[in-house]
Design a protein around this ligand. Structure first.
Ligand SMILES: [Zn+2]
Ligand SMILES: [Zn+2]
Length: 165
């Protein structure tokens, strides 16, 4: 993993968000800046609650309403991507605000980015076949992650052992 380019990337995302919000004359309080920082960092796909927990470490009096307000605004101006999780809370991603595919664990709700090279070819083909100008897409895969799978196997084994006694 190249941490240097990662931090460079998050810095430029942060700058992009800030300049867009400034252009809209949105007041950037230190708390709101902290929200942007968490979302621009591109570390995972946090929920509003998770963003709140991180921001509270620096600004303990931050209300969850501040997080919601900032997240909703960023969503409206297409500066973050919203990911729906079945049976879980919505997740947000500011490092990559454009549509991209994910694989989501239905047990622990872990979200991982997928790098699907052929997706671009598929999009071009869909545009050619339908005459549509494709502007967005949604593609997520759902399953059970390796950790949850081994945990499930372990519980099954324990259950069997208890049964054998
Ligand atoms: Zn899992
Ligand atoms: Zn993602």
């Amino acid at each position: 993993m190249n941490t240097h380019s990662d931090s460079e990337n998050s810095l430029s995302r942060m700058e992009e968000m800030v300049s867009k919000l400034r252009a809209l004359e949105f007041r950037l309080t230190p708390q709101r800046m902290a929200v942007l920082e968490v979302l621009a960092a591109g570390e995972g796909h946090p929920s509003v609650k998770e963003v709140h927990e991180i921001v509270k470490r620096k600004f303990p009096t931050t209300s969850i309403a501040t997080i919601y307000k900032t997240v909703n605004l960023l969503k409206r101006i297409n500066e973050i991507l919203e990911i729906s999780i079945p049976g879980g809370s919505k997740r947000y991603e500011g490092g990559k605000p454009f549509p991209h595919p994910h694989v989501i664990c239905i047990r622990c709700k872990k979200v991982i980015d997928l790098d699907l090279g052929p997706l671009k070819d598929i999009t071009t083909r869909i545009a050619d076949d339908t005459g549509f100008e494709i502007r967005s897409h949604r593609l997520d895969f759902f399953g059970v992650c390796g950790d949850c799978k081994s945990r499930e196997k372990l519980t099954q084994k324990q259950r069997r052992q208890r049964h054998d006694k």
